[in-house]
Design a binder for this molecule. Structure first.
Ligand code: UDX
Length: 444
């Protein structure tokens, strides 16, 4: 089928390339000229394993191209996916839906009664994460703004991709959620996603509001799981218990599960922090503020982990951090990503820098994105270089290379053998055997 993908950031670029891989013909609409030029040349403007190969493959095959023209998209396809961002508003905890609205408005102005010429109806499919109620508002907008006689319908089809696994999550999702207003819309979407249905992927077909809520609820649940285990980790620290053994033990209960129970410096990124705040905000607007008020605790616990790391760093150093050299391993909010939005690692690095520490940050992929956000920090070219002369090493993003680092090589270059594993993934016994004072969060 012919589709357009409006907004070619993380979500859109991945969706566009993945849908081309499924055999569809795709035009990506991207208004940022620099980004569009890179995508058109087959380049991905951010780090995402597997995506550059897929994008280049389908730009070359001719199944994927990019434009800034909504008119071109409307003339090409009858299925339009809206993949623009919904960042946190500067003035509140709510999400900014103006990009979604702008995309719908721009597209509606170019739709025509005959569609792209196929004679069938046009579907506008929202994939962005939005406050509940947005889809209904967008459906109303489409009806009002589309030219008289245009047969257009809205679908809500949230995306659950994780950075670092974006291609896999898009091509092999755990489920496909469709918020629809008619049986024909459901049929059209099932036809579009037929390869996934054939693989046995579960489809959940529901109304707009439920589809919107599924997405924010999933992210709120994941965030709650992380903050739960981090809160328990604080208790573990108070009594000398071990949160990793505890998480393993409760995780064996199939009702709980071990995933997303890794205690540490907490969650960050462009989704979980923003989504729990927006969910709370929307609940307040809907008059059910109390129902979601626990999410403010989830947020607070998460922020507190960053303070805990700073506090333990201070304890390990004996008192003041000012004038001490600290190696920070990791800048991205998670491994296999160069995304530093709301990154716990960079936040901690910045806090220590502001307290006068000489902070040296190393990240395998996120140095350039980190430098843009925190130009005053010092960046090293390797884990060892960051550790040279350091009084303390902080492990804050769980890249694999930090787990396999040569402990002896690090030991030779540091000034003081002090380690804080802010992700609870390093072998503390091995570090201690090399003479290090090594701590985790909530660990013995
Ligand atoms: C998340 C959701 O997982 C995804 O479904 C949604 O579409 C977008 O938001 P993402 O932001 O890519 O994806 O990251 P995710 O893998 O969920 O991790 C979020 C944060 O939680 C990271 O900072 C990670 O380090 C942290 N985390 C994760 C923990 O601190 N502990 C854990 O056990 C798991």
């Amino acid at each position: 089928m012919r589709i357009s993908v409006i907004g070619c950031g993380y979500l859109g670029a991945t969706h566009a390339a993945s849908m081309a891989e499924l055999g569809h013909e795709v035009v990506g609409v991207e208004v940022d000229a620099a980004k569009r030029a890179r995508l058109a040349a087959g380049e991905v403007p951010f780090f995402e394993p597997g995506l550059p190969e897929l994008l280049a493959k389908h730009v070359a095959s001719g199944r994927l191209r990019f434009t800034d023209s909504y008119a071109e998209a409307a003339a090409f396809a009858d299925l339009h996916f809206v993949c623009v961002g919904t960042p946190q508003l500067p003035s509140s905890l709510g999400a900014d839906t103006t990009y979604v609205e702008a995309a719908v408005r721009s597209l509606a102005a170019h739709l025509t009664p005959g569609g792209s010429g196929s004679g069938g109806p046009t579907y506008v499919v929202g994939k962005s994460t939005v406050p509940v109620g947005t889809a209904a508002a967008m459906a109303g907008l489409l009806e009002t703004l589309s030219p008289e006689g245009t047969d257009v319908e809205l679908v809500w089809n949230p995306e659950f991709l994780r950075e670092g696994f974006a291609v896999q999550d898009t091509l092999e999702p755990d489920r496909v959620v469709l918020g629809v207003a008619s049986e024909r819309a459901e049929a059209a979407m099932r036809e579009f996603y037929a390869p996934m249905a054939q693989r046995g992927t579960p489809f959940v077909v529901t109304d707009y509001a439920t589809a919107e809520l599924v997405k924010v609820s999933a992210n709120a649940f994941l965030a709650t799981k992380i903050s739960f285990v981090n809160a328990v980790g604080e208790v573990c620290d108070a009594v000398g218990a071990d949160v990793v053994a505890l998480a393993d033990a409760i995780g064996h209960d199939a009702r709980i599960g071990r995933k997303f129970l890794n205690a540490g410096v907490g969650f960050g990124g462009g989704c979980l922090p923003k989504d729990i705040r927006a969910f709370q905000h929307r609940a307040g607007e809907l008059g059910v503020e109390e129902a979601m008020s626990f999410l403010s605790q989830v947020d607070t616990i998460n922020q507190r982990q960053r303070q805990r790391v700073t506090q333990i760093a201070k304890e390990l150093l004996g008192s003041e951090v000012s004038g001490r050299r600290i190696a920070v391993w990791g800048a991205a909010f998670k491994p296999d990503s160069d995304d530093v939005r709301d990154s716990p690692a960079l936040d901690v690095a910045g806090r220590l820098h502001l307290r006068g520490a000489d902070v040296r940050v190393y990240d395998p992929e996120a140095t350039e994105t980190a430098r843009v956000r925190f130009p005053t920090l010092t960046y090293a070219a390797s884990a060892i270089e960051a550790a040279e002369g350091a009084d303390l090493v902080l492990h804050l993003t769980e890249w694999k290379e930090f787990r396999t680092v040569d402990i002896d090589a690090v030991t030779r270059v540091v000034a003081g053998r002090r380690l804080l594993d802010g992700r609870n993934l390093l072998d503390l016994d091995a570090w201690r055997a090399a003479g290090w004072q090594a701590r985790g969060l909530g660990r013995r």
